[in-house]
Design a protein around this ligand. Sequence first.
Ligand code: FUB
Ligand code: ZN
Length: 654
Amino acid sequence: MFENKIKITAPFWQQYINLIREEMLPFQWSVLNDEADIKIEKERDADHIPAEKSHAIENFKIAAGISKGKHYGMVFQDSDVYKWLEAVAYALHQHQDNALQKIADEVIDLLAKAQQSDGYLNTYFTIEAPERRYKRLYQSHELYCAGHFIEAAVGYYSVTKNQKILDIACKLADHIDDIFGSEDGKIHGYDGHEEIELALLRLFELTKNDKYKNLANFFLYERGKNPNFFKEQQKTDPSTKPVIEGMESFKPEYYQNHKSILEQETAEGHAVRVMYMCTGMAMLARLNNDEKMFEACKRLWKNIVTKRMYITGGIGSTVIGEAFTADYDLPNDTMYCETCASIGLIFFANNMLKLDVDSQYADIMEKALYNTVIDGMALDGKHFFYVNPLEVVPQLSHKDPGKSHVKTVRPAWFGCACCPPNLARLLSSLDEYMYTVKDDVIYSNLYVSNKSDFKINNQVISIEEITDYPWDGKITFKVNSEATFKLGLRIPSWANRYLFKLNGKEFTPKIEKGYAIIDRTWEKGDIVIFDIQIEANFVCANPLVREDYGKVAIQRGPIIYCAEGVDNGDNLHLITIDTNKKINEYKDSDSLGDIVKLELEAEKLILDKQWNNILYRNIMEKQENVEIIKLKLIPYFCAFNRGENEMAIWLKTK
Ligand code: FUB
Ligand code: ZN
């Protein structure tokens, strides 16, 4: 990690980075310690979701023998702490903060005490059911939690060189290696929720210990060899009690073990699980030069982004199993689009880029980041979405049990709180996603103002990038070193008009896999300008997406826009857009921040009195009247910050 020194200077992202350090991390710490005065919500109506408190730190204290009591929360509650700790590591990398580091160091001391002498680390099974260790792998999340801890350890060690956390992680990974593997006497199985695979590969990249890579290889290749593995393995559990209610009916597809992973043609089952699996697959393909695995990654990638992804980069079409359904099934109002799933899509994309620098991966990374991911948090950094709807009608969320997961405003926390700390760790490590450096090429994936030092062929190359992206498309790179290298600039898939200038002179670079490649012996002070015309456009979906047929969405640069009731009145479905109309763009600064808003003339049906107490009537009976309105649109990620109201991304067109 952190091979290159990247300092983000963009006000747009600085604001997020500061918000995470100053508001989000302290807030999340207070929640994990049950000190925050908040209402924790269930992510959907279901009796079994524990939502009275977090208890996450207390669980560790009990497991460590410091406190007395019972475990509370989801069986994977530990992972909330681990993701928070990983986010702290990245926040410290951005900005040294001794007080925050002291808290994190104390958490590590606590985790060391909670770790069992054989390396096992899991509060639920340690406190409640040691005899059930690794006996119900489809629900237990033991390796999922271990994976999140290992990721935190890799991140925290990389930033602080805290040896203690790395030792705990290696002891845990060694313990897992003693229990799982192809050798006789070991469990020939894997976790119900992928995560350990990518974490072990990160640990391998840090420690260079092949054992961890081989174990990840085992977990990935073992998956799906026997689709009945979980059912059979459950028989070893001395208890018949589930560790998570409501999962009994899920089929092997839910866990991606219906087929071996090399045979999986389509993304099936729980979306976050698929993303973490694919991330591990892409890492392994790179680290082992595994061509077959790379082909499998490309197949799943293609299926997702060409048939199963929302315009916002959201994935998962149903709340049942938080899962993918079928090609082109993308309902806007019952969707899932979990924040963690889009974060996982970014992990997958970033690792595909490391394998094969192709702009299609960075395009999706950008789409997910600027839309679903940052929609996952309120502008105050202390309220979060678990699922990110593309259409909301508040009374339906309140009254329709099938929409109880579609929240109308972001809650402060959830019974299952996987998303908030996941957001914190992704956004505070944004610098890791901005560039891919391969051989002598510095590829720019995301356009974010920054000052950076890159290491290429033993030279340090300093580059400054200046831009007001995503609001403006002019991107200036100042090269501050004398060196020979190539600069690769991603041409976003949405960009229709752009030009390149080198030291003031327009030029046409060669394009490779969606990147403009500028190959040169650079002089100190060379300036490259990539000027993209950013303008608002109407976008339509493949006609096979039933829910979007006859509708348009509006996109400006990477940002998807939406209409809210607070600006346009209720019944947004009565609005019709004429795509010949001009979309006006203007900068505004209000409670939503400094953003570009859009406005265009549209028609809205007037509900005449004759509709009172009538549900159906002959179409010939009356001509409908419409009013001309100035339709106001805001970036999707800003929605739901002004109270409960209707929201829609897709609007009818003439
Ligand atoms: O199962 C652990 C996490 O909780 C998943 O990744 C999320 O989808 C939520 O179910
Ligand atoms: Zn989540």
